[in-house]
Design a protein around this ligand. Structure first.
Ligand SMILES: Nc1ncnc2c1ncn2[C@@H]1O[C@H](COP(=O)(O)OP(=O)(O)OP(=O)(O)O)[C@@H](O)[C@H]1O
Length: 775
């Protein structure tokens, strides 16, 4: 805010009853009030818009203040003063309040400025009347309180703020400061006026009462005023014998945005009146002396500031403003920042109109004009400690709110994760991965031999079940359920008609067709999932072909390796981000491991299991030789570390059964020992794959070229044959169980995607289930 001079108004009181009775002449009158412009123009030039004229008496014998000597006599003359606003005796309290600049000061106090309004003048000039007023003519203080509460209400509604108003009341009596809001002993104990290097002078341990409304505030002020020291003398029957300072602290807080706080205040001062003992004939000389001394110091301070260019130098420490004696009085210590400092200030000079006090009137108006020339440099005051506490409180509140938000986010994310995991929906990076792997592990990927699924899945993207999908699924599922129930009823009641049988045939044909195309993963236990049936006439194909599930298994194996790499990458990313690794990821890692092993086994079983089953139909031993070659290849792969391993579990083949056993936990060991070999099994490292050039005495192939004189090859083959057959059955059961689980979890749509991507697939699945139940 730019510098601004102290707003000075002059109020001329009416003649009192006694003066009228004595027919006292008027020497002071208001020529021009300047009221109209005062509210609009706050520039320094406007300060002389009111006009007060004082007629100086001339008895021709001795000079009066402001008289000019003319020809040896002192002429009758006038002295004119130009305050901002001048109020004639007829002015009402409300008119004075409106043009006193007090409303403006209050508005500024709500913005964080410190403001002061003080009444100055001779004793009996009407200061107390102006500030406090009378019962039916409340003074500016009470009007200010009323205005303040209304203004804070309006501002808080308009700018979403919250205001707190506190009140303090002191009197400066005999150069001591007393708290008027205390009683008893505390009331009589003077308070210390201390100096703060940044905040200036302040009253230590001063009581501040929070005011919640106008009435309470006014009631409190009246209580304080009643405690003020008053006394009677010849010029005023109820004269104030102390300086009264009422301060309203206005603390505002913005409830939105930055949440900044303001700490403004408005201090209204009713000074004790200057008096001449010979006029007042006051009995308490000491009291009068202190009053006059403080007022005299005030005059010196104003004078010093005027000489200082009309303003205080920044700061109030002893180093500054050496020529301004504000430390000589408690009053000036407390007012110094209002006189050329960083407070905003207004002053009301109260004068009597009577010619019998013209000299005092001239003195008062002269003082007023000097004050009028003082420039203040208003700035918003921030109580560093209060600000720090407020800021910290706000910070804590903000952090608390953020903490609550984060907790909600964690809950939401965890719910989404579990939902995505249960539905197979890709939610985020690693959740999508989890979903993908989940789907693969339970058999939902096209490459497992499931058949044609949605394009997005085929492109390597994740399932995206949205709400719409789910609704469609539910509708279709209901439709199928109804259909299925009808069929079930027909079946139970033995009403299988031609239509049903035809339909059954069509489905079976389609089923057969899909099986041949490798697009159908049968859940029926009687139908092995990955073993191609040998042809009726020729030798079975022991090696993968383009249409064989073996091809799919190889694709799946590659896909698993990719997914494991993605999983490892995701884990590393989570670890580097400091995030917790989803337990599902670890579980899926193990499941991927198992799946990889099972796929390797099933790849071999696809060829070996069938040939062993049909070994009785192989009189030439051709299939057996091929079988042994395959076994040799498997063993070679195992010995060469083909298995990926890493989950600490090894398949241990013992006689005609297999069990899962925990490894010692050494990953290196488990990686190498993907398949643990029977201890008695001889190996042939020299030529493990050389199948065609080796044969034993019985004419059967001996891929390892060992001595078979003890018939060990035969024993070994039988043992492997049994082991693999059992393992094959176990895997089939596991697959079937997994698929049933998926059907339960995903419902019709999931099953359709899983088992063919068509309605008929779901229907077929249900038929298969029905068959299974019947069995
Ligand atoms: N504007 C006014 N209208 C009517 N009466 C007034 C006005 N100003 C002052 N008076 C009356 O004049 C008398 C003295 O006024 P007041 O007590 O306010 O003077 P003062 O300046 O406060 O004196 P002191 O310094 O001794 O306290 C009071 O009776 C008061 O009612």
């Amino acid at each position: 805010m730019p510098p601004q001079n102290i707003h000075v108004i002059v109020r001329v009181r009416p003649l009192n009853t006694l003066e009228k009775k004595r027919k006292v002449k008027r020497s002071c009158k208001v020529v021009r009030t300047g009221v109209d412009e005062s509210e609009l123009d706050l520039s320094p030039n406007r300060a002389r818009q009111g006009l007060v004229q004082v007629e100086l008496p001339s008895d021709g014998r001795r000079p009066q203040v402001g008289m000019r000597k003319s020809g040896g006599n002192f002429d009758k003359s006038y002295k004119q003063y130009h305050p901002a606003v001048a109020f004639p005796p007829s002015s009402t309290q409300q008119e004075v309040f409106q043009s006193s600049n007090l409303p403006s000061l209050i508005n500024h106090s709500m913005n964080g400025y410190r403001t002061t309004f003080f009444a100055y003048g001779q004793t009996g000039a009407g200061k107390t009347f102006t500030v406090l007023g009378e019962d039916k003519k409340p003074g500016l203080l009470f009007r200010a309180v009323n205005y303040l509460f209304k203004a804070t209400k309006l501002k808080s509604e308009k700018e979403n703020m919250k205001f707190t108003v506190r009140l303090s009341a002191i009197e400066l009596y005999n150069e001591q400061c007393f708290d008027l809001l205390t009683t008893g002993h505390a009331r009589l104990k003077p308070l210390q006026v201390r100096e703060h290097n940044k905040q200036g002078y302040y009253v230590d341990r001063l009581t501040g009462i929070r005011c919640i409304n106008v009435n309470q505030c006014i009631h409190t002020i009246k209580g304080a005023v009643r405690q003020r020291t008053v006394g009677g003398h010849q010029m005023n029957a109820r004269s104030s014998r102390s300086h009264l300072m009422i301060t309203l602290y206005v603390d505002g807080t913005y409830l939105t945005g930055t949440g900044a706080s303001t700490f403004g205040r408005i201090t209204i001062v009713d000074l004790a009146g200057s008096e001449r003992l010979k006029d007042t004939k006051s009995g308490n000389v000491k009291e009068s002396g202190f009053i006059n001394k403080s007022l005299y110091t005030l005059g010196k301070v104003i004078n010093g500031i005027s000489k200082n260019g009309g303003t205080l130098l920044p700061g109030t420490t002893r180093r500054h403003n050496q020529n301004i004696p504000f430390r000589e009085s408690v009053l000036t210590k407390l007012l110094v920042q209002s006189l050329g400092g960083d407070n905003m200030c207004a002053m009301c000079a109260c004068v009597s109109p009577g010619s019998h006090v013209t000299g005092e009137t001239v003195r008062t108006l002269g003082f007023a004009m000097m004050v009028n020339g003082i420039m203040n440099h208003p700035s918003i005051h921030i109580d560093e400690q209060e600000k720090l506490v407020t800021d910290l409180k706000k910070e804590i509140e903000k952090l608390k709110r953020e903490n609550i938000q984060l907790k909600h986010m964690v809950i939401e994310v965890s719910q989404e994760a579990s939902l995505a995991s249960s539905k197979g929906v890709g939610g985020g990076n690693h959740l999508g991965l989890v979903s993908e792997i989940d789907r693969l592990v339970v058999g939902g990927d096209a490459s497992v031999g499931v058949g044609d699924v949605d394009d997005d899945v085929g492109d390597g993207e994740f399932f995206q079940f949205d709400d719409e999908d789910e609704e469609v699924c539910e509708e279709e599922e209901e439709e199928y359920d109804e259909e299925f129930e009808e069929e079930e009823e027909d079946y139970d009641e033995g009403k299988e008609g031609e239509e049903y049988e035809e339909e059954e045939e069509v489905f079976e044909e389609e089923e057969e067709e899909e099986k041949n195309n490798g697009h159908y993963y049968d859940v029926d236990e009687s139908s092995p999932p990955v073993s191609p049936k040998p042809s009726e006439s020729g030798s079975p194909s022991l090696f993968p072909t383009a249409s064989s599930p073996m091809k799919s298994n190889i694709d799946t194996s590659q896909r698993i390796v990719q997914l494991k790499a993605m999983l490892t990458e995701a884990k590393m990313q989570l670890e580097s981000d400091g995030d917790e690794i989803h337990p599902h990821i670890l579980q899926l890692e193990n499941e991927l491991e198992d799946l990889q092993k099972e796929l390797q086994l099933s790849a071999q079983l696809a060829g070996l299991g069938v040939s062993l089953e049909d070994s009785g139909e192989d009189p030439d031993g051709e299939q057996q030789r091929a079988l042994e070659a395959m076994i040799a290849a498997t063993m070679s792969a195992a010995a060469g570390g083909a298995g990926v391993g890493g989950n600490g579990r090894d398949y241990e083949v013992q006689d005609s059964n297999y069990t899962e056993s925990e490894s010692d936990g050494d990953e290196g060991e488990s990686e190498q020992a993907h398949y643990s070999e029977p201890e008695s099994l001889p190996t042939s490292p020299e030529n493990p794959n050389n199948v065609s050039n080796t044969s034993n005495t019985s004419g059967r192939s001996n891929p390892f070229n060992w001595d078979d004189s003890q018939g060990e090859t035969e024993n070994w083959r039988n043992m492997w044959s049994n082991s693999l057959r059992i393992l094959s059955q176990d895997l089939e059961e596991d697959d079937a169980a997994a698929k049933l689980g998926v059907i339960d979890q995903l419902g019709g749509e999931g099953a359709r995607k899983l088992f063919g991507g068509k309605k008929k697939a779901t229907k077929m699945t249900k038929r298969k289930l029905k068959k299974k139940n019947r069995k």
